[in-house]
Design a binder for this molecule. Structure first.
Ligand code: ADP
Ligand code: F6P
Length: 464
């Protein structure tokens, strides 16, 4: 159906991934990551359309309706996946926008593929959106789409939200063809960021690179006002609370605790296996605490869930090898028959299993070196209906601004992680409640619906 959706989301991934089994049969499974967790409920409630990739190379399947949404797949060839997704998106822009914690790679064919694929997404959105409809474009894989779409459909209201950090001016300046990316974003009426500093960086760049005259929250470009502001993303609190109150989920949490050794305190990490997440620093800190006797294998256990992610990108393969070597080393040195200090799960989980883990964990360890927001932190807080549990949280996660009563750490400083972990282990139940309660209130008052409502409300105003 052409041009009939009042509300269209455009994101690199559809909310479901195509899964091809060994026997060649195909099915759909929920895609990983925070973006999908955040957006799926919103599109469903609008009866809208979602433009995205299936997660597999090859021709796009026919568009289809599911779960109250119209899904419009965009096909990526094996070369596109290699150059646009793994290359320009995840080996150039991703590391550069995360403070270059890994060295960004710059390749001309990757940039060309990024532009060509962005154009296909823009064309698909132009095809689906109703006259004067709203199109909401997401994340760093699609930064050229706003300008391309505006050219095709000047009647549309166009919003863009960046889920990851936006880099400081000096880092952004390193990108080849940096002006194109900036002009791409300026095609939107409203450009949203996780943190106010990111919006400021963006506005400052429009002055430096394009000679524009940015004001506090907007800039005039091409005769239009473009607004840039922070909208910290959140989670579906109701969903997490419902699971946390479910007797079956609570029973599963108790079973996990018993399996791990009833008296041991449980530490938990849940991350995509990504070098921005600080998993190695966390393991190093835990290993040192075991080595110096601050904690022992009899008293504590760490469960580290590492969701497989971008496994064809070299840096991710190397990270996996290093993490798994370190887990093996720690278990080899400090483990006993039938009892190891690290349980490492390289797998995806369903929502109920994740929430059971949150309920079971005494201490949630979230130590990214840089993170746009970190939804896992908010999910852990929302799940703790008992106001117990300790959150050890990196000050470089976007969530740190809102979750300011967490045990905050500098994740680059292994001593500081050890200090926070030890503090969290020694905190009594009243301190834990004093820390957890305000965080739970914060997340409850600022859930995903409010985020979407705020963004879309601001978009309506910005595009008048
Ligand atoms: P990112 O967007 O970088 O992956 P976030 O913490 O913001 O990081 O979001 C991760 C999302 O993915 C959360 O909603 C979390 O519940 C979900 N998630 C994390 N690990 C798993 C897993 N192993 N299986 C399924 N979902 C997961
Ligand atoms: O939020 C960052 C993000 O890159 C999302 O855009 C994405 O959906 C998620 O993390 C998971 O990454 P990927 O789609 O590369 O598996």
């Amino acid at each position: 159906m052409n041009q009939s959706y009042e509300f269209v989301v455009v994101a690199n991934r559809l909310p479901v991934d195509e899964v091809v089994d060994d026997d060649g049969s195909r099915s759909w499974a929920r895609s990983p990551g925070g973006l999908v967790s955040a957006l799926q409920p919103i599109v469903r409630s609008h009866g809208g359309a979602w433009v995205g990739w299936t997660g597999q190379p090859g021709d796009a399947p026919e568009p289809f309706d599911t779960d109250g949404m119209h899904l419009h797949p965009v096909g990526l060839s094996a070369d596109d996946v290699d150059r646009y997704y793994e290359g320009q998106s995840n080996a150039t822009i991703w590391p550069l926008f995360h403070d270059a914690v890994e060295q960004p790679t710059h390749r001309r064919p990757w940039r060309q593929a990024y532009e060509a694929v962005n154009r296909r997404f823009a064309e698909a959105a132009a095809h689906l959106a109703a006259p004067a409809g709203t199109v909401w474009i997401h994340d760093y894989q699609l930064m050229l789409v706003p300008a391309m779409l505006r050219e095709l459909r000047p009647d549309l209201r166009i919003g863009f939200f960046l889920h990851i950090p936006f880099p400081p001016v000096e880092l952004f300046m390193q990108l080849p063809r940096r002006g194109d990316l900036l002009r791409g974003l300026l095609g939107a009426d409203l450009v949203g960021f996780q943190r106010p500093l990111a919006a400021q960086n963006f506005l400052q760049l429009t002055g430096r690179l394009l000679g524009l005259d940015p004001q506090e929250q907007h800039v005039v470009y091409d005769g239009r006002v473009v607004t840039a502001r922070a909208f910290p993303i959140s989670i579906d609190v109701g969903e997490v609370e419902k699971l946390a109150a479910d007797p079956a989920v609570q029973a599963e949490a108790r079973r996990m605790r018993t399996e791990l050794g009833g008296d041991r305190r449980m530490l938990l990490g849940v991350d995509r296996l990504d070098y921005t997440k600080g998993i190695e620093q966390r393991l190093e800190a835990y290993g040192e605490l075991l080595a110096d006797g601050t904690v022992s294998n009899d008293d504590v256990v760490l469960v580290q869930v590492a969701t497989p992610s971008r496994m064809r990108v070299l840096e991710y393969q190397e990270l996996r090898a290093r993490v798994e070597r370190e887990v093996g080393r720690i278990n080899g040195e400090y483990g006993a028959v039938g009892q190891v200090p690290v349980h490492y799960l390289f797998q995806s989980m369903n929502r109920a299993e994740l929430v059971a883990l949150y309920l079971a964990a005494d201490i949630m360890l979230i130590t990214p070196l840089r993170d746009g927001m970190n939804l896992v932190a908010k999910e852990y807080v929302a799940a703790r209906l008992d106001d117990q549990g300790a959150l050890v949280l990196s000050e470089f996660a976007g969530a740190a601004a809102e979750l300011d009563t967490a045990f905050q750490v500098n994740p680059h400083d292994v001593e500081d992680i050890k200090r926070a972990l030890t503090d969290a282990l020694h905190a009594d139940t009243s301190e834990l409640a004093e820390r957890m309660r305000p965080m739970r209130n914060q997340v409850r008052e600022n859930d995903i619906d409010k985020w979407a409502h705020d963004f879309l409300g601001a978009l309506t105003i910005a595009s008048r």
